[in-house]
Design a protein around this ligand. Sequence first.
Ligand SMILES: [Zn+2]
Length: 285
Amino acid sequence: MTQQNTVESFEIDNGIGLHSGKIAKLRFLPAKEDTGVVFKRVDLPSSPEIKATFDHVVDTQNSTNLGFDGKMYVRTIEHLMCALYMFGIDNVLIEINNEEMPIFDGSASKFIDVFKKQKLIQQNAPRKFLKVKKEVSFTDDKGNQVSIKPKDAGLKVNFEINFPSPVVGHQLFSAEINEEIFQNELIDSRTFCEKFQVDYLKSIGLAKGGSLDNAVVLDGETILNPNGLRHEKECVNHKVLDLIGDLYTSGTQVVGEISASKTGHFHTNQLLHKLFRDKNNYEII
Ligand SMILES: [Zn+2]
């Protein structure tokens, strides 16, 4: 049986937020069994804390953002959440002194590099898993769909994307999520966008911190990043990284098989709401 883990205290250097352009520093602190992942805004009066759960997600426009009472507290948590999931960190308090997670290179690499230098502390409670018992799916009004169905053990992800850019085009990912696939395909796969999207995002006040240092930018048939892609299927790989991070807002690791077609943060969040609405859909083991 796998035990829950927490961490010893450590910090991560300052980094810029992708959408806000604001600089933030993170401090990780140990947390008790069954705490989960909790963020604390130490720059705000009374330092509000918010648990990283799907029902605290208040905005999914281009990133996963936590808040409550009409306020947004922590933005763009998904890459860090994926790193915590894959590294097996169950309980942690993360202090942040601004509104958005640093984006670093647009992937989970930086978080994993730092985690590898820390000592995990094994705790006195077994890890809990969310085991899917009934298939649940969410389809948007364009027909894009994400579904999750039962599986004996582990997490399998099937992801399909189809982008107009000929550099991306149609890409498929289908694999059991394990240490090997995470190391080889997912960790360093960066967020991506089209150049015209960057212009639009900037016009609506997003992507203020975006640059070729933290995102793959496509312009028609050209990749604007001088060193090109890190993986042939870096774009779909990154979508899987986001999906795992968003799944971790379930509060536990997941046993099931997910199939997603052209979906994003919004769809995964809707799927979790739907799954948790009926206790017959799942069990916590
Ligand atoms: Zn992402």
